[in-house]
Design a protein around this ligand. Sequence first.
Ligand SMILES: [Zn+2]
Length: 286
Amino acid sequence: MRLHILGAGTPYADAARFGSSYVLEVGKDSIMFDCGPGTTYKMARMGLKPTEIDHLLFTHHHFDHDVDYPCFLLARWNESIGSENELKVIGPKLTELISHRLMDEKEGAFAHDWIARINHPLSLHWFAERGGRLPRPALKVNARDVEPGIVHSGDDWEITAAPAEHVEPWLDSLAYRLDSNELSVVVTGDTRPCKSVQELATNADVMICMCVYVQEDVEGTPEAEYMTGSLAAARMAEAAGVRKLVLVHQSHTMDLPGETERALSDISSIYSGQVIWGRELMSIEL
Ligand SMILES: [Zn+2]
């Protein structure tokens, strides 16, 4: 199983880290988690094609996790010629509503684009040149709001969601666990350390975990209360018995000389498994 890290940052627009997005290659399927700033462009930089992604799961709807969603939908649809699989989109409450508000024929903020492209001869010409059969199909989104439990599956994998704790009641957050014949992988999304995410990760092979700061820098602040830092990530991974910990969603300042080492030293003082310091545009064999 391969992991591609497209976004490994925060809402801060840093050149090396900006927002969240990960792609897991599981057998013949590519499954994307979150679609933060620049995801589609970063896919191109990594040699990944939007049309290869048939499954997209949102952890929550902060913009650092979903703002590239319209770009991804339009790019995937625009590069499609009609023989691709349908994209399935899954997430907590708001996933259906946002999809509707983006692409619905009458109410979608970006519907003007695809409506022009299914009608104007210029777009139809290029669609046919790429091998598409006219009439050009409309852009439709199959999006589904889900609750904790088993939320999605493929031929040889299944995804379970558990509640994460981040900015409720304003936004709901979910953590996901993918179980396949090969491996079990957990994506924590944004969360403070909590029992439900720890239980979801029990004995997982890999946990892709938020690690947004060096813990001692934020003790006693809301950052420590509603997010996961170095010590908290290590405690959760160790308690869950996770074999490998992939750290993501780091603040850009954590790449400064000495800061990465401080975070890793915190983690190795508690967690005994393998640790990977996630960076954008990195691909990892899990
Ligand atoms: Zn975030």
